[in-house]
Design a protein around this ligand. Structure first.
Ligand code: PMP
Length: 353
């Protein structure tokens, strides 16, 4: 650090994204990306005119994309705000609502704590139960904002929709942010609740179920008054936040419902294949409603992560106390998953010798 850095920057431990190594070709199962290509319809929509017109700023309102998202969910355009990835959506929402205090589970997406510290939001971590599920009443009447990823990051566990609703209903004087990065792989979505609760902010992304992680597009769906608040933050920080190419990609991706459904269906099916295979090899696997699974094996998470990496397969290991014995594996294609399971079997057989 330089001597010029603000003391808050000095104190911060930034979020560490999953590695993107270039030293060899890996089977990449470490950052919960979609293994299937971006919709061909979306790619074809980026025409020469779109590219030539990059001389112009993008639409600060992202109107066409906003309308496409609103149509997909049956909500009003005034209930949608498009962002540069959902990390930006989270940052805007934290800035707008969490500076008096925020709470979230002890095992969840690590970015929440980082952004809270960056913005000076006092944060409280609420312990998940032994089996990594949440007890809704732990979040009742907190008197501060609440952030819940559903399905949860790192565990893949989805809370019951009724439980999430009870948390929103029992905190009517505070904002509840529901991060739905993985919701499309589950059987529940919080968006319809925005019509019923004026304290609900849903944060969503094109990075996972829409195969657009590299385009960096996210969106908030929330009651119009909350969108107004968050838009104020956005316009004070990054008015042209979504670039013109990504807007076209995302608009066409969200209109390509058939491709979306087919890839999500495949991922959910392969998830079952992965879970069964891991269980057969003696892993303890948390019940996942996401495009990844968190699994525990006897040899320990870090060791297995390293042995897999040596063999060209990248998964994610977190050093956090409660999940350090686990590895997180993104659901790839059937072929990638089959290779992973074969390599795990080889590793386990070697250990026995
Ligand atoms: N929320 C959760 C729970 C995530 O796991 C991620 C991806 N790391 C994000 C939000 C951010 O995703 P993006 O910025 O690509 O939309």
């Amino acid at each position: 650090m330089s001597r010029f850095a603000d003391s808050r920057i000095n104190a911060i431990s930034p979020y560490v994204p999953g590695e993107q190594p270039r030293d060899r070709k890996y089977i990449k199962l470490n950052t919960n990306e979609n293994p299937y290509y971006t919709s061909a319809r979306a790619v074809a929509a980026v025409d020469g005119e779109t590219l030539l017109n990059l001389k112009r700023y993008s639409d600060p309102e992202s109107r066409e994309l906003t309308a496409a998202i609103a149509a997909r969910y049956g909500v009003d355009c005034a209930e949608v705000l498009v962002t540069n990835g959902s990390d930006e959506a989270l940052a805007f929402a934290f800035y707008a609502y969490c500076r008096q205090g925020v709470c979230f589970p002890d095992v969840t997406y690590g970015f929440y704590e980082v952004i809270a510290k960056l913005f000076g939001c006092p944060c409280e971590k609420i312990s998940l139960l032994e089996d990594f599920t949440l007890r809704p009443s732990d979040y009742f009447g907190k008197g501060k904002s609440i952030v819940i990823a559903n399905p949860n990051a790192q565990t893949g566990i989805a809370a019951d929709g009724g439980d999430i609703e009870s948390i929103i209903a029992n905190n009517r004087e505070n904002i509840v942010i529901v991060d739905q990065a993985y919701a499309d792989f589950s059987d529940w979505n919080a968006v319809p609740l925005i019509k019923k609760y004026d304290n609900l902010v849903t944060v969503n992304t094109f990075s996972k179920s829409r195969s657009l992680a590299g385009a960096r597009v996210g969106y908030i769906i929330a009651p119009p008054q909350l969108i107004e608040d968050i838009k104020k933050v956005k316009d004070s920080f990054h008015p042209y936040n979504v670039n013109a190419v990504s807007s076209v990609l995302a608009k066409n991706a969200i209109e390509d419902e058939e491709y979306f459904k087919s890839t999500v269906e495949k991922i959910v099916k392969t998830r079952g294949f992965l879970v069964d295979g891991l269980k057969e090899y003696g892993f303890e696997v948390l019940p996942s409603s996401a495009n990844f699974v968190l699994a525990k094996c006897a040899m320990g998470g870090e060791r297995l992560y390293k042995l897999l990496k040596d063999r060209g397969i990248l998964v994610r290991h977190f050093g956090d106390e409660r999940i350090k014995d686990y590895i997180r594996i993104t659901v790839g294609t059937d072929s990638e998953t089959g290779k992973l399971l074969n390599v795990i079997k080889e590793i386990l057989d070697d250990e026995k010798c």
